[in-house]
Design a protein around this ligand. Structure first.
Ligand SMILES: C[S@@+](CC[C@H](N)C(=O)[O-])C[C@H]1O[C@@H](n2cnc3c(N)ncnc32)[C@H](O)[C@@H]1O
Length: 233
């Protein structure tokens, strides 16, 4: 084969691999630092690209989450991988929940966008830099954990799930999204796809696991940490 063709083939394969690792899977297989760095770079355009619809956000997150938080008497919610503050915004705009919200993210860029959007001066949302697999909170210190469009980017969704369990009070609420459909196929060795994340949630010990169709590429999974329980994994 002529040398130019070999060079071209190598360049094409390298570009395809780089695209897969950096764009398709958003740095997931390169470690948590790379994921955070990529989010730092894209933080300013994140909300514009997502173009979230306020009515959909209220219908699927703000209202149902607020209702559950009120029913369970939750006073502290942790949003893991909070990004630009989606859960806090949905709750403040559409729900009656007045409790504390703690937003945890590994990307400073995303957190600074969240700070602009949520105006912490008049909003009791606390933003924290940190890793989902080492949540800087005490055991059983929050009444709810949410994690939207993020768990598939963590190096070990299993370890993250164990952290969600650890920081949740008995009786606490879990809301996580699950990557499904064609997009899930691009993320091998992750707990994605219908049934797989539910299995992890159940194996961790959560009960009342309920899947709700949400977006083309994501389901929502609701679950509860039982009042008296032992972790099964
Ligand atoms: C697709 S964004 C979702 C943000 C927000 N939850 C939403 O639904 O708009 C994924 C978020 O997870 C964060 N993230 C990724 N890996 C993380 C980790 N190991 N620990 C904490 N946050 C992480 C990213 O920085 C990013 O803000």
């Amino acid at each position: 084969m002529p040398t130019t063709l070999v060079v071209l083939a190598i360049a094409l394969v390298t570009a395809a691999v780089a695209y897969y690792l950096l764009v398709t899977t958003e740095g997931t297989y390169l470690g948590a630092r790379v994921v955070a760095l990529l989010y730092d770079w894209s933080a300013r355009s994140y909300d514009r690209i997502k173009n979230l619809h306020v009515v959909n956000e209220a219908r699927h997150i703000g209202i149902p989450l607020s209702e559950r938080l009120m029913t369970l008497g939750v006073s502290r919610l942790l949003d893991v991988g909070c990004g630009t503050g989606r859960v806090a915004s949905a709750l403040r705009l559409a729900g009656d929940y007045q409790g504390t919200i703690i937003g945890l993210d590994r990307s400073r860029g995303m957190l600074s966008q969240a700070a602009e959007r949520l105006c912490p001066a008049d909003d009791p949302t606390h933003l924290m830099i940190g890793d989902a697999q080492h949540v800087p909170l005490a055991d059983a210190s929050v009444g709810a954990v949410t994690c939207l469009e993020a768990i598939e980017f963590f190096p070990s969704p299993r370890d993250a799930m164990a952290e969600f369990w650890r920081v949740l009070e008995p009786g606490g609420l879990l809301l996580t999204s699950n990557r499904v459909g064609m997009d899930a196929g691009w993320l091998p060795f992750r707990h994605v796809g219908r049934g797989k994340l539910e299995a992890l949630v159940q194996a961790t010990g959560f009960v009342a696991v309920d899947t709700e169709r949400w977006q083309v590429h994501y389901d929502l999974i609701w679950a509860l940490k039982p009042h008296t329980s032992a972790r099964s994994e």
